[in-house]
Design a protein around this ligand. Sequence first.
Ligand code: TYM
Length: 377
Amino acid sequence: MSKEQKVTPWEVEGKIDYNRLIKEFGTSALASDTVKKIEKLAGDSHIFLRRGFVFSHRDMDLVLKDYEAGKGFFLYTGRGPSGAMHIGHLAPLLFTKWLQEKFNVNLYIEITDDEKFLQKPQLDYEQIQKQADADILDIAALGFDPDRTFIFKDTEYIKQMYPHAIKIGKKVTFSTVQAVFGFNNQTNIGLMFYPTLQIVPTFFEKKRCLIPAAIDQDNYWRIQRDVAESLGYYKVAAIHNKFLPPLTGMEGKMSASKSETAIYLSDDEKTVRQKVMKYAFSGGQATIEEHRKLGGNPDVDVAYQWLSILFEEDEKKLKTIHDDYKSGKLLTGELKQLLVDKINAFLREHKNKMENAKPLLEKYMYTGKLAKEMWNK
Ligand code: TYM
């Protein structure tokens, strides 16, 4: 039986009805006109836009208007270092990289070591720091513009953030965070203050801030939009992606704490193969004979879905895979093998890029142009 849909920054469960989320969260569906305008100004198209993986937004039209008027905008996204990073976490970061490249704008990446320390009772401070350092290298490997990107850990950068955090904190009551995040009498007081720190980076420049992230992070932006103007800043804009589904089926999200649902960036080739072959939920039939006769169902087949969302950019090739699977010509094992090859090629390249990114870490975090100049904008 399907679990009831639940989407918060810390939990995603059930079969997700994205239209219902748009209504509940009060965001806007990403209309085809807006997609076309993004593509026109970018001079290019992105797989997430073409395939509808990026599906919802707040004020994206105003961001594009500001861009056209020469006012510009800046990007902000982040990562909470609670466990090994998986390919779902990469999705918003890859889209962010594309936006930075096409629009040539500044980008701030927040590493919320504080959030994860406060929220995960089983993790101690040292474990979180180790994970944060590993995540920063994974993120740097994606190749953001070193002159236009600042990556920071909250516990290190707190001195610059704190004056803004208390200004935000003074405007947000317990009843608001209770309603928005479900905090209650058992919630530790550290976590209750934390939302201010996820909002602060939207104030890093006096321009409109655009956040690419999955829709689970939207709760923070709702609070930001309530307080920003009274503090002299723009209401934040956001562009939301869906969740990369877990390997095990189309409900919930790929989750770092459930290893059978996820491919971690650190998985080796053999592990990737084993996980996909064993766990990837199949839309195929029980026997080869039946599959040849009846065909498979790509709509529920996770290997097909991952190819469609992330790994097969070529529209023609994807259509052939779709049609061959549906007709029974392509077998489940063959479809899974296509995905395994794509993931392993991607991870091989990622590991090489990690090596090349090591010398750039200082620049991203401390000595780069943006790290030095950001508060003067
Ligand atoms: P975290 O580390 O839980 O997630 C990092 C980013 O990945 C998105 N995400 C996913 N996207 C697609 N498929 C999935 N299965 C999936 N799981 C997670 C998240 O939406 C997020 O964009 N509190 C944040 C860290 C943060 C942040 C931000 C994120 C601080 N400031 C600004 C986005 C924007 C967190 O713990 O993310």
